[in-house]
Design a protein around this ligand. Structure first.
Ligand code: TTP
Length: 416
């Protein structure tokens, strides 16, 4: 089925990470985030892609090229980010007179559930979210059980098919009626292309696809297809979660050089041109990108991505983190549950805290507001080109914006 992929957004909630890299190009298990969206779509039945690009358009085009797993990709441009319905409008002239799927290009979807979205017209993917207030909450005809706590319960609706009829969507409600949310995966009938013209600007000042969905709900049966697994990568800790998911699917492959005195445990990929030196232990899942160098005597554990040409030096410990391309964590440093963009340089002895004394979830600033990451363990977000002085200590939940610097022995407790 023809599939529109929305990849024009600003990604402003990702803060320091998207100042120079568009969100669809952020690294997930060694590939751009949007490539994983397309993987799931191809497996679910996409026959042709129209990718809507805007912010960082050229980077997205370069990352995806003109085919994905044999499926042709066309592009269209949304110059101003005026909302998801406006993005589909930009793609409209490239759609043929047939049903079409729309996917958010910043989300990971489990393939079996996505296939069911492709099979049901019209339909929308749904997910049982822990915090529904950040999403569009779906109202089902028979009422989603207020205690809908998990996928198994969602599947038991409607006599076991898991497919309820959607009758409404409420964007980011303060007091949600259930925790069943819109997963940003839709199949629309052909006629929905014309209905795009009738969408008005929302209270939030955007033209929203959920309004098109509500139109369809009023005129017929829109099926809610429950997703077993879904991650909407909107905020930095969700990029960490996306990497955890996709790194976990790796199988061991060693194309680079691994010294006899190094130990690889669990799924570990060492790409061509990468070197793992003596005394290194890597407890996978982990991916060591092309040209990267690890060790000697380093310890990498948890789901960790070491980007291409990164350098992890002597006696460094990296746990459950994303390390960007060309980034240097030279020696005697600790990085846990953190996101480091490209070309960062951590001075020797830089240590990132990733746990609060009160064990409460670590908070991070997202668009000026402190938000819970929902994680007991979360470290720092470090933007491109940051340099830290030796023995810098960085508190949990701190963001360092691109190109910022710290001095010798500094304790960084606030964003900069
Ligand atoms: P959002 O995640 O709501 O927006 P965003 O990606 O711009 O992020 P932020 O809110 O942090 O600035 O968008 C959902 C998807 O729709 C995402 O894949 C980007 C895409 N999108 C567009 O293509 N055009 C748009 O005008 C908007 C608002 C989103």
């Amino acid at each position: 089925m023809q599939t529109v992929v929305l990849a024009a957004g600003e990604g402003s909630r990702m803060g320091a990470l998207t100042e120079e890299t568009p969100k669809p190009c952020l690294p997930v298990a060694g590939r751009p985030l949007v490539a994983h969206t397309l993987d799931a779509a191809v497996a679910a039945g996409a026959s042709r892609f129209v990718v809507v690009v805007g912010c960082g358009a050229e980077q997205v085009r370069t990352a995806l090229g003109d085919r994905h797993a044999g499926v042709p990709i066309e592009y269209c441009r949304q110059d101003e980010q005026r909302g998801t319905a406006d993005a589909v409008l930009a793609a409209r002239s490239q759609l043929v007179d047939a049903p079409f799927v729309v996917l958010n290009g910043d989300a990971l979807y489990d393939t079996p559930s996505l296939s069911r979205v492709y099979d049901a017209v019209p339909s929308v993917g749904s997910y049982v979210a822990e915090d529904p207030t950040q999403y569009g909450v779906l109202t089902l005809e028979d009422g989603a059980p207020a205690d809908a706590g998990n996928y198994e319960q969602a599947l038991s609706w409607d006599g076991g098919s898991g497919a309820g009829r959607v009758v409404g969507v409420t964007e980011k409600p303060a007091d949600p009626e259930s925790n069943l949310v819109n997963a940003g995966a839709y199949t629309f009938p052909s006629r929905a292309r014309d209905a795009l013209d009738g969408i008005d600007e929302s209270e939030r000042g955007e033209f929203e696809l959920t309004d098109l969905l509500e139109d369809l709900c009023r005129s017929g049966h829109v099926e809610a297809v429950p997703f077993a697994r879904w991650i909407d990568v909107g905020r930095p800790w969700e990029l960490l979660a996306a990497n955890e998911w996709k790194l976990d699917e790796l199988t061991t492959r060693v194309d680079g050089d691994v010294a006899a005195g190094a130990t690889l445990d669990g799924p570990v990929v060492v790409e061509s041109g990468a070197t793992v030196h003596d005394g290194v232990t890597i407890e996978g899942p982990a991916l060591i990108g092309a040209g990267a160098s690890v060790g000697p005597n380093a310890f990498i554990r948890g789901a960790t991505l070491v980007g291409p040409d990164a350098h992890i030096g002597h006696a460094v410990e990296i746990k459950n983190s994303v390390i960007g391309e060309g980034t240097n964590v030279a020696h005697l440093s600790y990085v846990g549950d953190s996101l480091l963009a490209d070309d960062v340089n951590l001075g020797a002895g830089t240590v990132v805290a990733n746990l609060r004394h009160d064990d409460a979830p670590v908070k991070l600033t997202v668009k000026g507001q402190r938000r819970s990451t929902g994680r007991r363990k979360f470290g720092a977000v470090i933007g491109r080109g940051v340099k830290t002085g030796i023995n810098t200590s960085i508190d949990a939940g701190v963001t360092l914006s691109p190109s910022s610097q710290t001095g010798l022995g500094e304790a960084v407790t606030r964003d900069r």
